[in-house]
Design a protein around this ligand. Structure first.
Ligand SMILES: N[C@@H](Cc1ccc(O)cc1)C(=O)O
Length: 408
């Protein structure tokens, strides 16, 4: 395929996102091209083609283990989900609650249900923020079917035909590796593979970090007489510190609910060596989220203000041009950072408004992440020392003692 056709399809991908009715007018090739936009890898594309040839809308799922708080990195799969929906696919988001604790108890069992609810709020709001219509999207909670007798029996069966070595290898890039690791880490790949069969999908979507699990699915499902599925993979987008965004390193990610000043601070601190486009998290985020999102907002352009230098703004529609300008030092880190801050803040605003408007979401947050919420509250009360008005502890006050209520 020529670059120009690719470009045309990429822009078709963007414009069609908001116009689901027009899916019907897309040719099979256009639908397939839309599915492939920005992907790093596709395994068994013929399975998707066959679905379309049979006149069916491909069923595709994306699973997420409900562990730490979803951060801005979640915009990346969200954009792909938008493209899949625009291509007329039936998309399922699997809220993998059981996987949340199989992986080294990343989510404590008693909190995992609240975390799944929190994820659902976040993912719905992210999709809304990037103008993806969510009416054709289905959320499924892992535990809603992973405890059924049939599923459990298949877990036992698959365990009997997969070696310990292969199960460990399949999870190596996703499941936390440690000495004396819990046995549940070996079950994790078994369940993820079975999910393809139980969700009755044609295809699973994930980041390239899922590759070993996807390869395992291709090999293992036929051992139980089930058919193999297609797999589509997004590239890993570097985080702000230059590596994969991680839920466990607070500085490497921006929380969806971070206020504008925190977003600005984190982006200011982000690693962005001048002239080095490779591995630059800000450029990658612009390519995979801000530029496609800008298309959805209307003008499809990413603006970099240069008023400070008395110059007209840089206006981009292509990631490649941004990258070239960055390498030539036309687009400097000092210019890029405020531009990304502005665009991201605008993207987060409707999500934060949704949060403020939803009592239910706020309550679930407290239940899902009780310790983090407690720490945040404690931080708000700044102790400036005894010399500041109202500061310090009154003499003789016991630790944790409450200040007397003010006289009415
Ligand atoms: N492995 C995925 C989560 C997942 C769990 C179960 C699945 O069926 C699919 C995906 C992750 O890293 O977050």
């Amino acid at each position: 395929m020529t670059a120009t056709t690719d470009e045309k399809l990429a822009s078709a991908a963007d414009t069609k996102l908001t116009v689901t009715d027009e899916v019907k007018s897309l040719s099979k090739e256009e639908r397939l091209a839309l599915i492939r936009v920005n992907l790093a890898e596709v395994l068994n594309p013929e399975i998707l083609e066959n679905a379309l040839n049979e006149g069916r809308d491909p069923r595709i799922y994306w699973g997420t283990a409900t562990t730490g708080r979803p951060h801005c990195g979640y915009f990346v799969p969200a954009m792909k989900i938008g493209q899949l929906l625009a291509a007329g696919c039936h998309v399922i988001v699997l809220l993998a609650d059981i996987h949340g604790f199989l992986d080294n108890l990343k989510a404590p069992i008693e909190l995992v249900n609240y975390r799944a609810q929190y994820y659902k709020f976040c993912i719905t709001s992210i999709l809304k923020a990037v103008k993806v219509p969510t009416d054709k999207l289905e959320f499924v909670l892992g535990s809603s079917y992973q405890k059924s007798p049939e599923y459990i029996m298949d877990v036992y069966k698959l365990c009997s035909v997969v070696s310990e070595h292969d199960a460990k290898k399949a999870g190596a890039e996703v499941v936390k590796q440690s000495d004396n690791a819990p046995l549940s880490g070996l079950l994790y790949p078994i369940l993820q593979v079975l999910d393809e069969e139980y969700l009755k999908v044609d295809c699973q979507f994930g980041g390239v970090d899922q590759r070993k699990l996807f390869a395992a699915a291709k090999e293992w499902l036929p051992r139980l007489g089930y058919k193999e599925r297609a797999h589509i993979m997004n590239p890993m987008v570097p985080g702000l510190q230059g590596s994969k965004m991680s839920s466990s390193d607070p500085d490497s990610k921006i929380d969806l609910l971070d206020p504008p000043e925190v977003v600005a601070k984190k982006i200011k601190k982000a690693e962005a060596a001048p002239g080095v486009a490779e591995g630059n998290g800000l450029l990658a985020f612009t390519e995979f989220v801000l530029l496609p999102a800008a298309t959805l907002y209307g003008d499809g352009k990413f603006h970099v203000d240069r008023e400070r230098d008395g110059l007209p703004p840089l206006v981009y529609t292509e990631a490649a041009q941004m990258s070239a300008d960055y390498q030539n030092d036309v687009l400097t880190p000092q210019l890029l950072k405020p531009a990304v801050t502005k665009a991201l803040t605008a993207l987060l605003a409707p999500i934060q408004a949704d949060y403020q408007a939803s009592k239910e979401w706020q309550e679930v947050t407290l239940k899902a992440y009780p310790l983090e919420e407690k720490k945040k509250k404690e931080k708000k009360v700044k102790n400036k020392g005894t010399r500041y008005p109202g500061g310090g502890k009154p003499e003789g006050a016991a630790d944790g003692a409450e200040a007397p209520a003010p006289a009415q």
